[in-house]
Structures are given as C-alpha cells and as structure tokens.
Design a protein around this ligand. Structure first.
Ligand code: MN
Length: 492
C-alpha cells in the first residue's frame, strides 16, 4: 500500500512539475515574441530543467539560439528534441536550419529528406527539400571547378573599356578612372537616394580594390604617430544609413581621420552593396589611412545564406558577385597598431602558441578552412571563464581570460580589439580590459535594440575611448530581404 501511495504522490509531483514547466515555456514564448531572446532562452532552460522529456522546449530554445546566432547550440537543441521524440517534425526543420546556417548543406538535406518521406504530400516540405538540394548540387559543381586549374578570375572575362555608360545615367562616375573625394561624396548621396552606381564604375572599383588588397600582407602593421588618432568600427552588416551616420558623427575619412572597419560589412542588412562599395571607395582613396579587415561574412557560404549574394544578383549580376568574392579573399585578416594592439574580427586561437609571425604567413586568398588560425581569427569569441570551450556558434572556439593573457604576453601586446558579437552598449570590455568588443550596427537587424559604438585610439597612449550612437531610420527594405528563402523561413 505504501508504495502505491508513494508512486501516486510521485505522479502528482511530476504532473505539477510538468505544469510548471509549461508555464515557464509560456513565459519564454512571450519573451520570444517580444524579441527578448536572452530571457526566452533563460525560461526555456528552466522549463527543460523541470521537464527534460518535452521536445517542444528544446525546439523552441533552438529557434531562440538561431536568432542569437548561436548555431552550435541551436543544432544541439534540435538534436536533443529529436532524441526526445523522433517523430517531432519541427525538430527536423530546426536541425536543418541550424545546419544551413553553419553551411552544412548535406546534413541539412538529410533532414529535409526525412520530412518529405514522412509527409509526402506536404508542399512546403517539398519546396524546402528542393531548394536545399539545389544548393548541395551547386556546391558540388563549384568544388569541381575549383579543382580545375583553368579557373580564371572574373577580371579576365570583363571588357571594361567597351562597357558603355548610357546617356540616361546621371550618377557619379570615376574621374579618369580614379576615385576622388568629389566622387565619394556624390556616390554617398546617390546611394542615400537608393540609386544604383553604374555597373561599369562598380567593376572598375572592384578591380582596383582587388589589385590593392592583394598587395597587402595578411597581418597589416601600422604605426600611429604621437599626434595621430584612429577610429575602429565593428560590424556594419549592410546598415548603410547607420554607416553614413558614423561619418556624420565622426567625420569623413581622410589622411588625418584614419579608420579601421573590422569586418562583416555585408549580409543581413539590405544595403550591403552600398556599404561595401563605399568602404572600398575610401580604401582606394586613402590606401594608407583607411583599413578593412575580413569578417566571417566576407565569405561565400555566409553570403549565400544571409543576403549579400542575393542582393548583388538583384542589383547587378551573378558575375559581379563572383568578383566581390574574389576581392573578399584578399582582405587582410588582422591589424597590429604600434606593435601593441591587435585587431581581428573574431578573436584568438584554438591552440596556444600562435605568434604574430604565424599570422603574417597565412595564405589568405581562399575561403576560410573549418579550423586553424585563419578560421579562428574570423570566428572565435571570448568567454568569461578560463580555458577554452566548444563554440556556441558551432565553428572555432571560445577562449578565456587566461588564453588572452598568455597570447598577449607571448606576443608582447597590450590588448586585442575584436567585433563579431552584438552588444547592448555597442561595446564590451572583458578579460580585465585585455579583450574589447566593438559593434557598429545599432538596432541590429531592426530588432536587437542595441547601441552602436566605435573606438578612438590615439598614437600617444593607445588608450581606447568609446563613443556610442543610436540607429537612424532607413528606407523600408527589411533586413534579410535578399537572404536565401530557407533562411528567411528559418528565421520565422
Ligand atoms: Mn561576425
């Protein structure tokens, strides 16, 4: 009898726990609707603690992780959802989306296959399967060409001289083939009015940018004089109107107003073409006083999913995207200022012992590999605890304050500046001031409500000085408007 009573009360306790878990899920869902993903994740996690046997909790948390770009965690949760309930169809969708976000298209295709098999009459599932299949085939084709030594640069197939600029075109033109300050001012005003730069001018700029960038080392080293000051900006992600706002607040680039833009110029925001062409223009105008570093979004896989490829195809052509891709491969990976401050998009390395000399030697003219220093520079994130852990993004690693300390000591550096993560205040100081994050896309994707920031660095003391700014309005073209349809659906 006693045991029956015990199991009865145990059952009641379990029912109560499950009811509480459901309440926590509701709370999390509400936070999710308000786009407060941090709190959504917090309450889904509490619900999971009370009831780890509910696939929906994992699936919902997976979506919240997707929204915060923690694709590694999103993938793990989708997998957990399917372990709990292998018939939970949404779990396959979530896992496929996570894999797509990570550029693992074959793995994604497997899950879409499963859905189509289970639901042969589901049109939506079929469409997603076909879309993903198309990408897998295209990737296989691209790999086949890449192995072919005859693969030539787009530049060789362009006949720029014979491209004509129609009389109707009243926009900016290069002056005797050169970027000038007047051209840049006209260009920025032209773009601001949502007009298109003539493709001939765009090609001319891209060819010149490729030429210029290909001469730079993978690690750019500069010296700021005592009296000089530079501005470091983080991710801009196609938020052209916020970029113009930075120039309004902080002045146009010049030989005395030095800038460094730390990667992720394109994708997500739907004015990525305008951002990158403007930045390349200033690089051409002030090659020794305007600097650009590659981000993890200056890559083919990301551009295919997050909008830049679609945007270039919509505004120009597939061929022009190919040329952008070639130019991106020549963007330097890191920059050292006065031998003391190292700037990179992502962060430090999966292994100790990497030296500045190792960075100088990186052969960067390629799509980034899945691991190693080049991958880490573009992808890693700092973490508060010592040591390293698996990346929440599913690529590279997270590194602790001790890792930063050892790296700085070995290379005789003071601190690092990186970007890559949205921060509420636009910047964040971690690892006892040795690791600084700066992010310059305010109200990221029109939904994060974060401030943007940039850093001033003077040659005299190299002390970082932070400046924050808010988002400005932009024309009604939503972020991700040009992204892959599978990604847009995954974001819903
Ligand atoms: Mn990034």
């Amino acid at each position: 009898m006693a045991s029956v009573t015990d199991s009865g009360s145990e059952k009641m306790a379990e029912e109560e726990r499950n009811a509480n878990a459901d309440k926590l899920k509701e709370k999390a869902n509400n936070y999710f609707k308000e786009k407060d993903y941090e709190n959504a994740i917090k309450y889904y996690s509490e619900a999971i603690e009370l009831n780890p046997a509910n696939a929906i909790f994992f699936s919902n948390r997976s979506l919240a992780y997707l929204r915060t770009e923690c694709y590694g965690y999103a993938l793990a949760d989708a997998t957990r959802a399917l372990e709990v309930d292998k018939n939970y169809i949404k779990g396959y969708y979530r896992r496929a989306t996570s894999n797509m976000a990570l550029g693992k298209f074959k793995a994604a295709l497997k899950d879409y296959e499963t859905v189509v098999r289970v639901r042969p009459n589901d049109k939506d599932a079929k469409m997603k399967y076909q879309e993903c299949n198309k990408i897998v085939k295209q990737k296989a084709f691209e790999r086949a060409i890449a192995g072919d030594e005859l693969k030539r640069s787009v530049v060789d197939s362009l006949d720029i001289e014979n491209m004509t600029i129609e009389d109707e075109y009243t926009g900016p033109k290069l002056e005797e083939g050169n970027v000038t300050m007047k051209f840049m001012k006209d260009l920025m005003a032209w773009f601001k009015d949502q007009k298109k730069l003539h493709r001939k001018c765009a090609y001319q700029m891209l060819i010149q940018a490729k030429e210029l960038l290909s001469k730079l080392p993978s690690l750019v080293e500069i010296t700021l004089k005592e009296t000089e000051k530079m501005t470091i900006c983080g991710d801009t992600h196609g938020q052209y109107y916020d970029l113009l706002h930075i120039f309004e607040l902080n002045g146009l680039p010049s030989e005395t107003n030095i800038y460094l833009f730390n990667g992720d110029f394109v994708d997500r925001g739907s004015f990525s073409v305008e951002v990158i062409v403007t930045l390349f223009g200033f690089k051409l105008l002030y090659p020794d006083h305007f600097f650009l570093l590659r981000g993890n979004h200056e890559t083919d896989n990301m551009n295919q999913m997050y909008g830049f490829e679609g945007e270039v195809k919509a505004k120009y052509t597939a061929q022009m995207f190919q040329l952008f891709s070639e130019v991106f491969q020549w963007l330097p990976l890191a920059q050292c200022i006065n031998g003391k401050v190292l700037v990179m998009h992502g962060g430090l390395f999966s292994e100790d012992g990497v030296t500045l000399d190792d960075l100088r030697k990186i052969e960067r003219n390629r799509q980034p590999p899945d691991s190693g220093p080049m991958c880490d520079l573009l992808w890693s994130d700092p973490q508060p605890q010592n040591g390293r852990s698996i990346s929440k993004r599913g690529v590279s690693c997270q590194f602790g304050p001790d890792v930063t300390q050892r790296f700085l000591e070995q290379n005789k550096l003071d601190y690092i500046v990186r970007s890559h993560e949205v921060k509420g205040e636009g910047y964040e100081i971690t690892h006892s001031g040795k690791c600084i994050t700066v992010f310059s896309a305010p109200n990221y994707c029109d939904q994060m409500a974060n401030k943007g920031a940039y850093i001033h660095l003077k040659g005299s003391d190299l002390k970082p000085e932070f400046h924050q700014f808010n988002a400005v309005p932009h024309p009604n073209v939503k972020p991700m408007a040009y992204a892959n349809t599978l990604m847009q659906m995954g974001m819903m």
